[in-house]
Structures are given as C-alpha cells and as structure tokens.
Write a protein that binds this ligand. Structure first.
Ligand SMILES: Cc1cc2nc3c(=O)[nH]c(=O)nc-3n(C[C@H](O)[C@H](O)[C@H](O)COP(=O)(O)O)c2cc1C
Length: 223
C-alpha cells in the first residue's frame, strides 16, 4: 500500500468538550485503523494561532526569493513551515467551529500564511480575468465543522448566513484541493435531541466518508 500523508489542522479555541476536535479525533482513529502506515501531522492553530500577516510580511512575500534579506526570510519562516505541511499532505483535514458565522480568526490567519504568491499560487495577467492559478493539486480536503445554530445549507432556515463552509471551499483550491468533503455537527447551542441526532449522524457520515476515501485511494494505486 502506497504511504500517504494526512495533515490535521484543528482550530477550536477550546480543548475540552470541542465537537470539531472530537470529529478530528474520530477521523484519525478510523484512518489509522484502515491505513496504519500513513503519516499523520497535527497543526493546532486553536492552541497556537499563527500571527496575522502584516505589512512587513507582505513586503517579504512579494520580494523575489533571491532578493530577500535575512530579516524577510525570518518573517516568512512560519509560513514556509505551514506551506511545507500542506505541500506534503495528500489529505488535509480541517476541524473547525463556526465563530460569528465564519471561520475562527486563528484559522483565517493560517490560511493567510499558507496561500502565498509563487508558493501555492502564481499570478499572470496574461490569463485575463483569472490571473491566479493554484500551483498544488491532487489533494482531498475533509472539513469537520461544529456550529451552535443550524440550517445554513441551501433551503435551510439560515441559508445565506453561514460563511464557514463556502469560504473553506473557495480557498481550498489554493491548497491544491480537488476533492472536498464536509461533515458537520449543528444545534450545539440547543443541547436538545436534534443536537444528539446531529452528532450521531455526523459520526456515521464521517465513518462512511473515510471508508469511501480509503477505497478511492486503494483504487488509484491498483494497476
Ligand atoms: C466566539 C463564538 C462564536 C460563535 N459563533 C457562532 C455562530 O456565528 N453561529 C453558530 O451557529 N454558532 C456559533 N458559535 C457556537 C459554536 O460554533 C459551537 O459552540 C461549536 O460547537 C464550537 O466548536 P467546538 O465544539 O469545536 O469548540 C460560536 C461560539 C463561540 C465560542
């Protein structure tokens, strides 16, 4: 079996009782059962949020690599590490809560550190109205989410208010993602039977999706 790499990015600000972390831990458990030899790398941005990018970071990122000063290289050193983790991953798992109808600031800071010119995308106005092009490819993103309310999907009672999954889906192309899977828990703030059912459903969907994903990986390497 060809060895694959899994990167698990966790974004909840809480360690105890976090539902998105519970889903990530279930994912890892199922994955290791089926593919015990794959590499699994953890990046906990909830516990250690990356710095928000600033003017000096931007200047460094837009300076050609061969002209960067030692200080500019230092400015980009965390970004280099985070990009290398993404580049090495075949499967990226992002486990995240919904905060204020979008992603937590810590996860957005990670995205801003990772999606970087001439590293994960290049830019050429010769391409007309679509000058950005991702430079990575072939990855699968598994988004594991938790939210307090519910019904953010098409036709749901909060349709149009949930920006977490659509945002992840949009930026995922600059992580080289070609397959996007979402499993989410809702109703956390209601703590009622609907919440319990949502947890059960998510865990079931997660197990099913992991199985399917592993089958497709196995199918890819068969002659
Ligand atoms: C700061 C903060 C903001 C939140 N904003 C939203 C929100 O906009 N919509 C929502 O449905 N739930 C919201 N919630 C509820 C969380 O999404 C929910 O508690 C979720 O389970 C948190 O993820 P975790 O269990 O992995 O920590 C918010 C919670 C916190 C702490």
């Amino acid at each position: 079996m060809e060895q694959k790499s899994v990167l698990i990015v966790e974004a909840s600000a809480r360690q105890d009782g976090s539902l998105s972390r519970m889903l990530a831990s279930r994912f890892e458990h199922y994955w290791k059962q089926g593919r015990p030899h794959d590499a699994v790398v953890h990046r906990d941005v909830g516990k250690a949020p990356p710095a928000a990018i600033n003017e000096t970071w931007l200047a460094a990122a837009f300076t050609p690599a061969e002209h960067r000063s030692a200080e500019q290289e230092r400015q980009l050193s965390l970004s280099d590490v985070l990009i290398a983790e993404v580049r090495d991953a075949d499967i990226i798992v992002i486990s995240t809560p919904m905060y204020n109808y979008g992603m937590p600031a810590a996860l957005k800071a990670w995205v801003d550190q990772v999606v970087r010119i001439n590293e994960t995308f290049d830019f050429d106005l010769a391409r007309g109205d679509f000058p950005l092009r991702p430079t990575l490819n072939g990855k699968c993103l598994v988004a594991l989410t938790a939210c307090g309310e519910f019904g953010f999907e098409q036709g749901g009672i909060n349709e149009g208010s949930g920006h977490l999954v659509p945002h992840l889906q949009t930026v995922s192309k600059y992580l080289g993602v070609e397959q996007f899977i979402h499993v989410g828990i809702e109703f956390q703030e209601f703590k009622d039977a609907r919440h319990d059912a949502s947890i059960r459903h998510a865990v079931e969907m997660l197990e099913r999706n992991v199985e399917r994903l592993m089958q497709s990986l196995n199918a890819c390497v068969q002659p």
